[in-house]
Design a protein around this ligand. Structure first.
Ligand code: C2E
Ligand code: MG
Ligand code: MG
Length: 705
């Protein structure tokens, strides 16, 4: 009996109301014997009182009673009840259809007709109690769960809806029953799917699941359709909006970069794998562009991470725009091209189904162009430039990993050649990159082992045909490999930070040499030292310079610093301050490799520098390439306007010299006058070769009209 009762009673309490004393006693006897507790009422009014007082588990009511009949009692009880209902069994006359139906209308649970069978009566009562208890649990359950339940007939039409109001409370003006009957505001074809699910669940008894949305509502729903009986099914409908949102969020977190919203490394791998598959399927190629911002670390260090972050977002945005423009047909980049951020300042671009590789070149230059326009982040004007490495499937690698490695190698190669470069992978790069890796570990001991050396190359003033200075160029005489070019080890030293120690050594050594040359043919020559942008950020450059100058007792005016345009990147104000301080102390400053970066005239004007050095690549093809000639002329004209001296480097022949002379270039440097050479070889070279050469040129120019 226990399990039938929702309360703590061990025996169910039955209220029996009948005006006939005999009947009352019989019923009392029968039920008490069967394990019920019984309380009695002689009439309707008493029944109500007893009901209120004792809260019985079930009520047995005679229809005909004085004062208040059974119907009224039933009605009153039902009125007082809320969620949980007490089973009420009416005692009616035999086959009194009218009374029976009236009793049901008023909320009676069941009826028994007189004369009743004493033996089966308790069974009947227990059944009523059990059914009622189950009903109540279900009712409570329905009330407690947030799901709505629709009853569907065997064709899938909704015939009843429970709990709908609660579930669809945010879906305005929706009569759910109507909505499901007609499929209004439901996705196209949804009702067909429901029918199919009902058919299947009726056949197989398996739970079917469906997801859907209601038009004009932001919410997502899930319907689980289960078999109810042979002819109907239940659709349990649940609001899964929150769940979907969190799933989406998890997806986003797992596969996208939270800073820029671009796909992250995980997602990138998938994108690349898909591109490879597409290339295989269509017999095309796929390109992977690996992009790294030059000197990003410096920007981060100078301005702080929030500016760094803002810059990365802005870069991501510009990349998006430039890809969008490219895929709109402006340069026939295939659709489906995707940008990802691998972390830090590293971005990738995957171009699928590539049929014409020349498009990659134009994409690279487009990216370089868009990114070199100055950014403004949190009020700071910042210039960045990308180095881009390209690897192409299937030529450069069979799988994602190999392609990524190759693109990375190509990117490093591009970086090694100066800022704002792009390179496509080539086999020779791989061998080189392995070799360079070995160099990295040996560089630490290069200074201790005395393997570094400065070579000097003359700088000639061509207005007066006079030797005016020397550029100090570092060489590494490796104990096993022999001479190693700075082009190979300086970029590594910059990456690893070893450049700081090397840079200090160069300053010291150049000043020591200046001291040694106080007399002789090299006396009074200014020495130019190359300064890496890292020395600007990570070293107290002003102090390193002054220490070198003082310790070797040379005048600061004897020293010139060559910086590249990339140094001007980053905190403009701070750079200006540092340059001004250096200049004030007497050191002069030249911009090296000018023309390869992004310096615009207006940008350059703000920096206190003395000299521009035209990059040797423009000088090299001066006579073959009219563009180079135009650039040289422009730089010379611009230098004059800004009051800066212009030096041309890499001058190898008379034609180049003549071109520069005609355009009033101030100084030149190059193999034509002398290659870089060790300090010990210089005095003899000047005395025996260069000075006589210059004297001759001077005579010739005087002789000329
Ligand atoms: P840079 O400062 O632009 O140096 C000029 C480079 O051009 C030198 O190469 C020089 O040997 C070469 N060169 C000079 N005249 C000619 C010519 O007529 N024709 C050709 N084809 N080349 C010529 P090098 O010595 O290999 O140095 C390469 C780069 O390494 C330098 O470019 C500079 O950026 C860097 N570097 C060299 N020494 C140092 C250093 O002490 N510190 C730092 N941070 N970088 C250095
Ligand atoms: Mg230089
Ligand atoms: Mg240079």
């Amino acid at each position: 009996m226990m399990e039938l009762l929702g309360n703590s009673r061990s025996r169910p309490l039955l209220l029996i109301a009948d005006d006939d004393k005999g009947t009352r006693l019989i019923l009392q006897h029968v039920f008490t014997k069967d394990g019920f507790d019984v309380c009695l009422a002689e009439n309707g009014a008493e029944a109500i009182d007893k009901y209120a007082e004792r809260r019985p588990d079930a009520v047995l009511l005679d229809v005909q009673m004085p004062y208040m009949d059974g119907y009224q009692v039933c009605e009153l009880i039902r009125d007082r009840e809320r969620e949980v209902k007490t089973p009420i069994v009416m005692i009616t006359g035999q086959n009194d259809i009218e009374s029976i139906s009236r009793a049901y209308d008023l909320g009676a649970t069941d009826f028994i007709s007189k004369p009743f069978d004493k033996n089966t009566l308790p069974f009947r009562m227990r059944h009523v109690l059990r059914a009622h208890s189950e009903h109540n649990s279900l009712h409570g359950l329905m009330h407690g769960i947030p799901d709505a339940i629709a009853v569907l007939d065997d064709t899938g039409d909704a015939i009843d809806f429970m709990n709908a109001n609660r579930l669809f409370r945010d879906v305005e003006n929706a009569d759910m029953l109507e909505l499901f009957k007609r499929g209004h505001r439901l996705p196209r074809g949804f009702m067909d799917k429901v029918r199919e699910c009902v058919r299947r669940t009726l056949q197989t008894d398996e739970v079917q699941e469906l997801e859907f949305q209601i038009a004009n509502s932001q919410r997502h729903f899930e319907a689980r359709i289960i078999r109810r009986d042979a002819y109907s099914a239940l659709a349990i409908i649940r609001d899964v909006t929150e769940r979907q949102r969190s799933e989406q969020k998890i997806q986003e977190l797992a596969y996208s970069d939270t800073l820029t919203g671009l796909p992250n490394r995980e997602q990138f791998k998938k994108i690349l794998a898909t591109a490879i598959r597409r290339a295989d399927a269509t017999g095309t190629s796929a390109a992977l562009l690996y992009l790294d911002l030059d000197r990003f670390k410096r920007i981060n260090d100078t301005f702080g991470h929030s500016v760094g972050d803002a810059l990365l977002c802005a870069v991501a945005e510009r990349l998006r725009t430039s890809i969008r423009k490219s895929t709109r047909g402006e340069s026939s980049i295939p659709g489906g091209t995707e940008i990802s951020r691998l972390g830090g300042d590293e971005f990738t671009i995957v171009v699928p189904e590539l049929s014409d590789k020349s498009h990659i070149e134009s994409l690279c230059s487009r990216i370089q162009r868009t990114l070199t326009t100055p950014f403004v982040c949190e009020g700071h004007q910042i210039v960045v430039s990308p180095s881009i490495g390209v690897a192409i499937y299937p030529e450069h690698g069979d799988d994602e990993q190999e392609l990524l490695m190759r693109a990375d190698t190509a990117m490093y190669e591009a970086k090694g050649e100066g800022a704002n470069n792009a390179r496509v992978y080539h086999e020779s790069m791989n061998a080189r990159s392995l070799e360079l890796l070995a160099l990295e570990s040996e560089m630490n001991r290069a200074i201790e082992r005395n393997e570094l050396e400065l070579h000097y190359q003359p700088k000639i003033d061509i207005r007066e045909w006079r030797l005016v200075g020397l550029e100090a160029l570092i060489r590494w005489k490796h104990h096993e490999r022999g001479w190693i070019s700075p082009v190979d080890f300086i970029p590594i030293a910059e990456d690893t930070g070893q450049i700081i120690d090397i840079g200090r050594w160069v300053l010291q050594e150049a000043c020591r040499q200046l001291g040694e040359w106080r007399e002789g043919p090299a006396a009074g020559l200014q020495i130019a030292v190359n300064i890496s942008s890292q020395q600007f950020t990570h070293d107290d450059l002003q102090r390193s310079v002054m220490e070198a100058v003082w310790e070797n007792r040379v005048g600061p005016r004897m020293l010139e610093l060559e910086i590249t345009e990339s140094v001007l990147v980053g905190n403009v104000d701070e750079t200006i301050d540092l340059l001004t301080a250096l200049k004030t102390s007497g050191v002069s400053v030249a911009i090296d490799d000018f023309g390869t970066g992004y310096s615009s005239l207006s940008y350059l004007k703000r920096f206190p520098v003395d000299k521009l050095k035209i990059d040797r690549t423009f000088i090299r093809d001066l006579h073959r390439n009219p563009d180079d000639a135009a650039i040289c002329s422009a730089i010379l004209a611009m230098g004059r306007q800004l009051g800066l001296a212009v030096v041309a480097e890499g001058v190898e022949n008379e034609e180049q010299l003549q071109f520069l002379d005609e355009r009033e270039c101030d100084q030149v440097q190059g193999y034509y006058f002398g290659k870089p050479m060790p300090a010990h070889a210089l005095p003899d070279f000047l005395h025996d070769v260069l000075n006589p050469h210059l004297a001759e040129l001077k005579r010739n120019s005087r002789a000329a009209p």
